[in-house]
Design a protein around this ligand. Structure first.
Ligand code: LLP
Length: 422
């Protein structure tokens, strides 16, 4: 119930915190996350997979605030990282290295070296070049790297093209034919233990079918490898579980049905299943609070200009993603707005021709589904400082990121003091 945006709109409270009072205390725009909503999602997933040998490695990219990562750590959740920056955040938040998996097509030698040195649990390897590099770096460190092959199962995740990753034409993973050669070639390596499979086919997936098809391919391949004498200790099934962005319209996959599918497909697997949920754990647990700056009429259209913008929440601009927008005042007469931010781009639009109650300057609105890929994708475009983030928990709140100051925003910049020759 913590995540149902209609309840929040009706009560104007989120995780027990009065949103008007909060917005009076914290200048808008800001992100607010419900700790209880996140804990509920974690518990739901843990319960669904109860009794199965599994590890949940939260995809840090979804929301990488250290306080969110600490909340994950306290619930026993590990991390799926894609950079050394995410590694450092995870460790700083108290997620132990042995609960961290490292994914991504562009891991550099330096990144591999650092991750290996701190002892991350597994590398999800995506190219032959990376595999060779991993083995070499491990040899230099006198270590043995644990690795899984990211398989590209060539299935359509039936989601937005920009967040679809499991088709053969995408840059992610390798074909089963290539993976097969890797297992043959790596067996007996002293510095590389290739004993896992990994697949992640995309994000915001709203039906079980793409998962079923991809995971069946992975499991068929796993059995083939075992028959050929290879030991497979882990299967990482990635993330991708969708959430509701349109209250009452989006129908996310039920986690218990998802878990039942995974149990059925991997019934004969004795190793560890790894999950990498990002959006599912935090997406609906976050809102972006914004105030109307003014209403601008232009012929037929009315623009509701709010103080949040595409630099704060990029998803509508980048993916034409729908986010529910709910004014937090009493109902007035109906109106339709293009809800736009102050950034100087036509694409700085949160919604087009959206029906809602009439708004005036100073009104508070919330944008739903902002917990995942919101603050983590933010920028300072138009020299707008990074926005504040607040964690809510049972009627109390804590600022988990203060609004960036001008000095912080320009901290790395300097006038040329000396001109160097290369
Ligand atoms: N594992 C891997 C290897 C991934 O690449 C991703 C997300 C995840 C797990 C987590 O996926 P999730 O459970 O959150 O669907 N910025 C986009 C989403 C990009 C997802 C990238 N990879 C958006 O705002 O929709």
């Amino acid at each position: 119930a913590m995540t149902a945006i209609a309840d929040v709109a009706a009560s104007r409270t989120f995780d027990g915190v009065d949103l008007h009072a909060l917005a009076a205390a914290i200048q808008t725009p800001f992100y607010a996350y419900s700790a209880n909503a996140i804990r509920q999602r974690i518990a739901g997933l843990q319960t669904a997979f109860d009794g199965l040998d599994h590890r949940i490695c939260y995809a840090v990219k979804a929301n990488s605030n250290i306080a969110i990562l600490q909340l994950m750590a306290h619930q026993g959740i590990g991390a799926d990282i894609v950079s050394v920056g995410e590694l450092q955040r995870s460790l700083a938040a108290g997620i132990p290295a042995e609960r961290i998996v490292f994914s991504g097509v562009g891991k550099t030698r330096e990144e591999i070296g650092k991750a290996l040195a701190v002892g991350v649990w597994r590398f999800n390897v995506e190219s032959a070049d990376e595999l060779a590099l991993l083995e070499q770096v491990a040899k230099e460190q006198g270590a043995c790297a644990r690795a899984a092959v990211r398989i590209n199962p060539d299935v359509d995740a039936q989601t937005h093209a920009k967040i679809s990753t499991g088709k053969a034409e995408n840059k992610f993973g390798v074909s089963i034919d290539e993976a097969r050669r890797w297992f043959v070639q790596s067996s007996g390596s002293a510095h590389l233990r290739l004993d896992g499979l990994h697949a992640h086919i995309g994000s915001q997936i709203l039906s079980l079918e793409p998962f079923r098809r991809a995971l069946r391919r992975v499991e068929d391949f796993r059995r083939e490898l075992v028959e050929a004498g290879h030991e497979i200790r882990s299967v990482d099934i990635g993330g991708g579980l969708g959430v509701s962005y349109r209250a009452g319209l989006d129908r996310p996959v039920d986690v218990n049905e998802y878990a039942a599918l995974v149990r059925e497909i991997f019934a004969s697997f004795n190793g560890t299943l790894v999950l990498e949920p990002g959006r599912y754990l935090v997406g609906e647990a976050g809102i972006l609070l914004t105030r109307a700056i003014r209403v601008k009429s232009a012929g037929e259209r009315e623009f509701l200009v709010v103080d949040a913008a595409m630099n704060d929440l990029l998803r509508p601009s980048l993916y034409e993603a729908w986010h529910d927008i709910v004014p937090l005042h009493d109902r007035r007469e109906p109106a339709r707005y293009d809800v736009v931010g102050p950034v100087c781009e036509t694409g700085d639009t949160f919604a087009r021709d959206r029906a809602m109650t009439r708004c005036r300057a100073g009104d508070l609105l919330m944008i739903g589904g902002a917990g995942a890929y919101g603050s983590s994708m933010a920028s300072t475009y138009n020299s707008r400082p990074l926005t504040a983030e607040v964690l809510l928990d049972d009627g109390r709140y804590a600022v988990i990121r203060r609004r960036q100051s001008f000095a912080e925003m320009v901290a790395g910049e300097q006038l040329p003091q000396a001109w160097n020759e290369t």
